[in-house]
Write a protein that binds this ligand. Sequence first.
Ligand SMILES: CC(C)(COP(=O)(O)OP(=O)(O)OC[C@H]1O[C@@H](n2cnc3c(N)ncnc32)[C@H](O)[C@@H]1OP(=O)(O)O)[C@@H](O)C(=O)NCCC(=O)NCCS
Length: 219
Amino acid sequence: MDLQVEYATEADGLGLARINTISFQNRGMLSLFFPEASQQQLEAYKAVYSMKHLANPEMHVLKLVDPSTGELIGYARWFIPKALGGETVPQLSEQAQEAARDPVAYAPQPFNEPAYTAFRQLLETSRKKHTTERDMMLDLLAVLPKYQGRGLSSKLLRWGCSRADELGVRVYLEATGEGYPVYIKYGWKPVEEVSLDRSLYGAEGKESFTLMIRDPQPQ
Ligand SMILES: CC(C)(COP(=O)(O)OP(=O)(O)OC[C@H]1O[C@@H](n2cnc3c(N)ncnc32)[C@H](O)[C@@H]1OP(=O)(O)O)[C@@H](O)C(=O)NCCC(=O)NCCS
């Protein structure tokens, strides 16, 4: 598929939310945090939340659109610290800026806040432990299931990896089991396994991630 990687805009909120909720459906995190929410409610909430990412000048939100349908089919969030330059200049309406200030206030109810807080803390602690102010981060990568296996995530990965290599910086991420082999292929190496014990929050099993770092590669 001949697709271009482009910056996402405010109008893409629902499209980003749709990819996010559908691609991560089998992980069960959303049903842990929002046990009674419908797909529509989750998409509406994630669309609001995406404004927070778009409003962050250090967060580069990139999309892939199917040119034959106009459907948004994949996206990535690359965090590039200010210290490395190249901030994005987001253009958001007043309403989007308001949503970006406190998106969690729009969470569907009931909201399993203890589970959500524990998850955020797990990610934050892991990031503090393994990253410095000069590391890039791949904050999210997802492609709609029916478009997977066609090299689409590779396009989004090449965008960030080539920037990291130009800048000579590392890239940190938290990999799902699905992402892991893709990241290995692109030069990431595992540094730690972490997990959230879902049984502490009224569910079963655990949610595991592999923390991975990619060293810059010679150009
Ligand atoms: C992980 C995910 C983004 C991959 O998207 P995708 O578009 O199917 O991936 P691609 O087809 O672009 O594959 C990427 C590369 O990894 C390779 N690859 C994919 N699966 C692989 C596997 N199991 N073993 C080895 N290589 C693999 C592909 O060959 C491709 O390389 P190429 O472009 O040089 O051919 C997608 O499965 C997804 O959205 N999953 C759900 C959300 C998720 O878990 N995201 C990761 C969060 S950390």
